[in-house]
Design a protein around this ligand. Structure first.
Ligand SMILES: [Zn+2]
Length: 120
């Protein structure tokens, strides 16, 4: 299992009004997979997620910004909830993104460990 962040070479967003108004944060995609190799190939082919299809159509490059090996769906949801502004945890966008990406995972595991206390 792994949770990953993809970084697009150009921001991608939905055209809300039919003109060039894009959702500004759509430069990243947070996902979850059991098979990272297969999943990234799917993304680069343009399948597996609407944003990735749009990226493919526009010729936008998809890069893997970070992979948390061993992380699962709970962490994916946590990332989406806490880090709506994903550039913070993207090493390609933020100079300390890598460090923050590691520490957010450590923090999550610690919190989950505390929540599990008393259950065994
Ligand atoms: Zn980025």
């Amino acid at each position: 299992m792994a949770v990953y962040v993809l970084h697009f070479s150009e921001p991608i967003g939905e055209s809300q009004t039919g003109d060039e108004e894009y959702i500004p944060h759509a430069r990243h995609y947070v996902g979850y997979t059991c098979d990272m190799d297969r999943r990234i190939k799917e993304h680069r082919r343009g399948s597996g997620g609407h944003l990735c299809r749009v990226a493919k159509e526009r010729g936008v490059t998809i890069e893997i910004a970070h992979v948390w090996v061993g992380a699962g769906r709970g962490f994916e949801r946590y990332l989406k909830r806490v880090y709506k502004n994903t550039p913070k945890i993207c090493p390609l966008c933020s100079p300390d993104g890598e460090e923050r990406a590691v520490s957010v995972w450590e923090g999550y595991k610690r919190k989950r460990g505390q929540d599990a206390k008393g259950s065994g």
